[in-house]
Design a protein. Structure first.
Ligand SMILES: Nc1ncnc2c1ncn2[C@@H]1O[C@H](COP(=O)(O)OP(=O)(O)O)[C@@H](O)[C@H]1O
Ligand SMILES: [Mg+2]
Length: 214
């Protein structure tokens, strides 16, 4: 099983949004996907419960009380809570093939990201640089000062943004209906989804093998 976690210490950075979108992108490619929710708020799980049955299936798994590694075929996406016990986080990181780190353009998010990276820095797969970390600049508004600042911040911490996702009202519009922009055929969704391409290109070889190309 391929394991990907979406994590950051900061709440509201887009973890569940990224986790649900990656799950649907993979499910649409025919991959068997488990979305494992470790957050007490159970947002990802609620999303799977609302997902219309005719859409590509994403199986929800409630790990909000007890964390345990998910085994089997396909891909598991872990939606990680803002606060997780260090020991549990270390055990989880040990299972991972990739870590996706959403960061918003705000000073609070920068602080949270720094703290998160400090927390995981000594974990073996990260210390040995075996685990790819994909930073994603999220909810970015055009060429603003905040956008530029976030870009500089991520470069400074040696985690340049793999992808930059624009702020789009469509994200919250679909969230409550168990869908993602990958389920929406309209032009607005397609336009916002162009932002995802570099992240999908980074994840594709992990799931489909090194020769899966672009
Ligand atoms: N790129 C984006 N554009 C607009 N809204 C977004 C974007 N990413 C996330 N959101 C919204 O921000 C809020 C917090 O996102 P969420 O994924 O729940 O964060 P987390 O899981 O890290 O707490 C949600 O209302 C979500 O719809
Ligand atoms: Mg969440």
């Amino acid at each position: 099983m391929i394991a990907i976690a979406v994590a950051n210490i900061k709440g509201g950075s887009g973890k569940t949004t990224l986790a649900t979108h990656l799950a649907v992108w993979l499910a649409s490619s025919g991959v068997s996907v488990v979305l494992a929710d470790l957050d007490r708020q159970r947002s990802a799980l609620t999303w799977t419960e609302r997902r219309p049955p005719e859409l590509p299936a994403v199986r929800g798994l409630d790990l909000s009380r007890d964390w345990a590694p998910v085994q089997g075929l396909g891909v598991v996406i872990y939606d990680i809570p803002a606060a997780m016990k260090r020991k549990d986080l270390e055990e989880l990181v040990d299972q991972l093939d990739a870590l996706v780190l959403p960061v918003l353009p705000s000073a609070f998010d920068e602080d949270g990201t720094r703290r998160f990276l400090d927390l995981v820095a000594e974990f073996k797969p990260i210390r040995k640089r075996r685990l790819p970390i994909f930073a994603v600049a999220n909810r970015v508004r055009g060429r603003t000062v905040a956008a530029r600042r976030l870009e500089t911040f991520l470069e400074d911490i040696q985690q340049p943004a793999v992808a930059t996702l624009r702020d789009g009202a469509a994200y919250s519009a679909v969230a409550g209906t168990g869908r993602t922009l990958f389920d929406e055929p309209d032009a607005r969704a397609r336009d916002l989804l162009r932002d995802w391409q570099p992240l999908l290109d980074a994840i594709r070889p992990l799931v489909f093998g090194p020769s899966s190309g672009r």
